[in-house]
Ligand binder design. Sequence first.
Ligand SMILES: NC(=O)c1ccc[n+]([C@@H]2O[C@H](COP(=O)([O-])OP(=O)(O)OC[C@H]3O[C@@H](n4cnc5c(N)ncnc54)[C@H](OP(=O)(O)O)[C@@H]3O)[C@@H](O)[C@H]2O)c1
Length: 326
Amino acid sequence: MRMGRKDVIWVDEKTLAKDMSGKVYIVTGANSGVGLETTRQLVKQGGHVVMACRRTEAGEEVAKSFKGLKGSYDVMRIDLADLQSVRDFVAEFLKKYDRLDGLACNAGLVTMGREIQRTKDDLEMTIGVSYFGHFLLTELLLDVLKKSAPSRIVILSSVVHAGSPKNRHDVHLEDLNYQSRKFKNFAAYGEAKVANVLYALELANRLEGTGVTTASVHPGWARSNFGGKGLLMTIMRVLMAPIYPFWTNSNEESAQTSLHCLLSDDAPRHSGAYFSQQSVLYRDKQCKKGGWPMESPNPNARDIEKANKLVDSSYGIVGLERLNVP
Ligand SMILES: NC(=O)c1ccc[n+]([C@@H]2O[C@H](COP(=O)([O-])OP(=O)(O)OC[C@H]3O[C@@H](n4cnc5c(N)ncnc54)[C@H](OP(=O)(O)O)[C@@H]3O)[C@@H](O)[C@H]2O)c1
């Protein structure tokens, strides 16, 4: 019997029993938290998972726990805060593999402190890793995803993207890279996560008819390494300890939404949609119970014109020509 929170939405048993032998997946940030448990289940079901990790030694270490599972894995290096590293990863992947059945753009972070942090390419770190790094990765993999269709792209967003009815997060197309705006770390996280939802929406439109489908995901409040082990997070975890078990999810619980989007028969019927685990953090009460799929309460994350503009700007920002317009 499953232990844990009662309001967690679980993938159905039939989906979790599917044989995924012969299928190839990429999971970014596979060495930790949601990415690790997503990877574990795919390997359990016979899939081959390319664990795209910034710290390959951490990937190799956690993968020891997959011993005895039916599928297989390959730890490969990617630093989403370095666009050349993303290009190198794709070149290496395409040398080794000729198919890709599922891409989970899972890695993400929130920077701590007031100081803006930047990637190797001078992008703001939060949106640089969560969105721009994954944007380049996805665009460079579209051909192999199309060739392997039906295939799926799952993009991790967060309940945080929703903001509140009075203060919705939005992408600032006029200054995506914080050249002239004041930086606030949690607002930057909310903005990056709106970008993730919009990209899933835009891709779904662009890829209609190709057999490649997309989804954006709120995984739940995971007891992962998110936020790091710095002083602020440690204090927060200590202060919240009494309510933590009631409000938060195990990493296995938090992998369910990604797994539903990667494995279920139903998810591809809703390409571009937002799938959310339950969350006490929704400020819109009707959203708290989550849904597969559900409508984002944030109108900025449902705006296809905005999504198109974001993607147009993104090509220039990552230095990519728009080659993949069907
Ligand atoms: N935790 C939550 O409650 C929560 C809620 C909503 C959404 N999410 C989203 O869920 C996703 C997974 O988060 P998690 O909770 O599993 O957090 P986590 O345990 O901190 O895992 C994050 C993963 O991202 C990787 N990563 C960070 N920067 C990277 C970079 N530059 N290049 C490559 N990989 C990088 C990390 O690698 P290292 O181990 O090397 O740092 C780690 O593997 C994130 O997108 C997060 O925004 C989480």
